[in-house]
Design a protein around this ligand. Structure first.
Ligand SMILES: [Zn+2]
Length: 140
């Protein structure tokens, strides 16, 4: 069984939709961390059937925008001295800059290699974002 209290210090990202764990792992750059990081996939969950879970045994400034983009339904538990000190729920960010890229090949951002493109949330249910230049819809 997974026991959050076993983690002495760090962060547990819980209730990740099964299959999204690796995406989050990559997007947060967890492979670059020096500390212990555990990615668990297809863990049994009473709530979700199967879920992914990430344990990070180090102090880390999580990019909550990135997390909210990939999977706003995750819960983040901050653990200190073996106790859960803080639990954070996410909402998808209203706007994101520099994380998404436009999928429209004719969009000026792809023609001119524009970075830091701003995207606006258009559908929170499906996590769809619209490009500020051409309005094309995308999701991470
Ligand atoms: Zn575009």
């Amino acid at each position: 069984m997974i026991n959050v209290s076993k983690l002495k210090e760090g962060i547990v990202i819980d209730h990740i939709l099964a299959g999204h764990g690796y995406k989050i792992f990559q997007q947060l750059g967890l492979d670059l961390l020096d500390g212990v990081v555990v990615l668990m996939r297809n863990v049994d969950s009473t709530k979700m059937g199967k879920k992914d879970l990430i344990k990070i045994e180090t102090d880390l400034n999580l990019d909550l925008d990135v997390l909210g983009l990939i999977d706003p339904n995750v819960t983040i538990n901050y653990v200190k001295n073996g106790e859960r000190v803080n639990k954070v729920s996410l909402t998808p960010p209203q706007t994101v800059t520099g994380i998404l890229t436009c999928k429209n090949p004719r969009c000026i951002t792809n023609q001119e290699h524009i970075h830091d493109v701003k995207f606006y949330l258009v559908d929170a249910a499906t996590n769809q974002y619209a490009c500020e230049y051409c309005d094309a819809r995308t999701r991470l």
